[in-house]
Design a protein around this ligand. Sequence first.
Ligand code: NAI
Length: 411
Amino acid sequence: MNDTEMLESGNMKIDWVLNHMPVLNIIREQFAKEKPLAGHKVAMALHVEAKTAALVETLAIGGAEVAITGCNPLSTQDDVSMALHNKDNIQCFAKYDCCNEEYYEAIDKVLDFKPDITIDDGADLIFKLHTERTDLLPEILGGCEETTTGIHRLKAMERDGALKMPVIAVNDAMTKFLFDNRYGTGQSSWDGIMRTTNLLVAGKNVVIGGYGWCGKGAAMRAKGLGANVIVTEIDPIRALEARMDGNSVMPMKEAAKIGDIFLTTTGNRDILKKEDFEVINDGAILANAGHFNVEINLEDLKAMAGSVRTVRNNIKEYKIGEKRVYVLADGRLVNLAAGDGHPAEVMDMSFANQALCVRYIAENKLSDGVHAVPHELDIGVAEMKLMSMGISIDKLSDEQEAYMAGWETGT
Ligand code: NAI
């Protein structure tokens, strides 16, 4: 594609998702009238694809200047990146398949812009602000964090007394993780796996590593596609949930012997490693949906493999003796690195939370540390979403409210 075609393609992708993001559209209208972000500079490190672009535009419509880069080297869509860079008050530095050096250079460029508000997906901006760019911290009013792994990092910083700015844990809003992590990852990971492999899921043994919100969604959709689902866990409660939801549960060492497709969703490292590769079947397909590419230990796989070759776009074949093991998207999040990410209707809620939290930071002075998304914002997003879907619900009567608040009434 030439530049004109790239630009057109990026803008068409953004238009498409905007037609399916009604809550964000309501917020855009409010932002256009009220300009709540005028005078603010927002730095972002997020997956640069169309839904993110819709959020970036919303912030710019609200009066902010925005600089953005990617939060993963393989999730950027260059046409969307170019379209964003060509819009007023927006700079975009993200590039698909950039090397580590370019990735961190782009993070620096976003910070050179001297932001007062940040949005991260994985906490890379905040990490940089607290290590090499501490000079910028005094100007920062606060930040928002999009994903579970980012919140883990931030809570670890807070525990160590190292977090020197307020951050809102957007991931932990109910209108985020219950939908984005579960239904979003559930659908888009299978979309990524299926479009990459063009293979059947029905009748396969699918192993899901981790039964958190992403794992639950991934297992649910695998079952719907006709797979026999096996879950691995370290948490007894989640393991029980997985079993009672109708899945088999066993240690990875056992699951590795029978799995056909593996999908890791733990946010932890080494879910698939040497001892598993030793017993894994010929033709096994490995994919990851967790934030970082540490869940499948590729170093172990490389060390064991006699040869590695690309057999199809986004599929590498590792040959261990006569056994072939296929890794999708180099173990990076398969739904974004080998797909288009979550459906727009789901990101509508996640990014509505982001936009409202950025406004909240601009309008309120927060103390350093990790903050919850204000409950009224979370509920407000749910209400707007229901309204956009044409769904109304019941209201408590006065008698019901009094009954629920009281303790006198028994049998
Ligand atoms: P979660 O905390 O709800 O679930 C993670 C689960 O993995 C927990 O149940 C935990 O007990 C389990 N686990 C941890 N170590 C394990 C091990 N060694 N073996 C088996 N299970 C293990 O987290 P959530 O929200 O499901 O997120 C998981 C990961 O996915 C995070 O890295 C998050 O950032 C990422 N994520 C990715 C998305 C995407 O678009 N691909 C979207 C949302 C989150």
